[in-house]
Design a protein around this ligand. Structure first.
Ligand code: ADP
Length: 309
């Protein structure tokens, strides 16, 4: 049984900016403890939702609860137990990691010197920065800065950790190291990873939501969402000029260049013919078929039913 006391509940949250852009349309999500992926393209509304959860801006409508806490109306209490790693984590280039982390620890209320020393040492070791703790942050790589951001976000053992587009600026090796770090975080707190990168979610997140144009298109368990596409994804390789034809005749999930040819995935309940072969679906198929709408009407209940069938 899910323990709703520890979950983050988002209920009918909407937000329109002063310029008239409606970034969130009536968003409702139930986010249990553990790693949760919020997946969507640029402009989908992810940062707006993340900043709202982090108490940095208010929704026009709707309610948000973290356990017993009312996120919109009890900001101070929420901030005591919140870790937020924004897209761009600004640092003071002349401070060392050790100095700045200690400073943030004081701000977080860790006033006892010995306790603070222990907490910051644990975090610097956990984020693999212990050996570099005396180095100035201005000399850190993007990946090291992100890991330092995680150390800051984890101060005070937050119940809610929000990580917004964390791997965007990282090279592949840094990205792997960063994802490994996130995967080690406890299952006891709610960790929300907002990203447009499908692999970030498929590698880490038990549950996910797909957001597009301010609306939730899918809310599901990652594995179940993939399983629901079993047997319905087919692929073929094409010459590029054949793509429009296939698009007319089939429900194309995705088309990408691979070794000079176009690899096309289509959605079909039935065998689409001999030029296609069935493939094991993955989260990318879930994402693109949700975005294109073939799978868009699918709600979590429907996925559950399909999996049970
Ligand atoms: P994402 O994080 O998924 O890229 P955002 O939440 O940043 O999406 O943006 C959602 C929509 O809201 C976009 O159309 C964006 O241009 C708009 N938007 C975001 N922040 C503001 C703002 N402060 N003022 C006006 N429009 C904004």
């Amino acid at each position: 049984m899910e323990n709703h006391n520890e979950s983050l509940l988002i209920r009918k949250v909407s937000k329109t900016y002063a310029n008239g852009v409606q970034a969130l349309h009536n968003i409702s999500l139930t986010i249990p403890p553990g790693m949760y992926g919020l997946l969507g393209p640029n402009g989908a509304g992810k940062s707006t939702l993340m900043r709202t959860l982090a108490t940095l801006q208010e929704p026009d409508q709707g309610q948000i609860f973290l356990g017993e806490l009312d996120v919109v109306n009890q900001k101070e209490e929420v901030r005591q137990t919140l870790g937020y790693l924004p897209q761009e984590f600004g640092v003071y280039p002349k401070a060392s990691a050790e100095e700045l982390l200690d400073y943030f620890a004081v701000l977080k209320g860790l006033t006892n010197r010995a306790a603070r020393k222990e907490a910051t040492e644990t975090l610097l070791r956990q984020t693999n920065l212990w050996d570099k703790r005396k180095q100035k942050l201005g000399g850190y790589s993007g990946g090291m800065r992100q890991r330092f951001g995680v150390a800051v976000a984890l101060l005070g053992s937050p119940k809610l950790l929000i990580v917004d587009e964390p791997t965007a600026g990282l090279d592949p090796a840094e990205r792997v190291r960063f994802l490994n770090l996130l995967s080690e975080l406890g299952e006891n707190s709610v960790v929300i990873l907002s990203t447009h990168i499908v692999e970030d979610v498929s590698e880490l997140c038990t549950n996910l939501a797909i957001i597009h144009q301010g609306r939730i298109l899918l809310e599901a368990q990652t594995q179940q969402a993939v399983a629901a596409l079993q047997g319905k994804v087919w692929r073929t390789f094409l010459e590029k000029n054949k793509l429009p034809e296939v698009q007319r005749e089939h429900q194309v999930i995705s088309a990408k260049l691979l070794g000079g040819r176009t690899l096309v995935h289509i959605y079909s309940q039935m065998d689409p013919g001999s030029s296609f072969e069935r493939v094991e679906p993955d989260l990318e198929d879930v994402y693109f078929s949700t975005m294109t709408g073939f799978y868009g009407q699918t709600n979590p209940q429907q996925i559950k039913e399909e999996v049970q069938r």
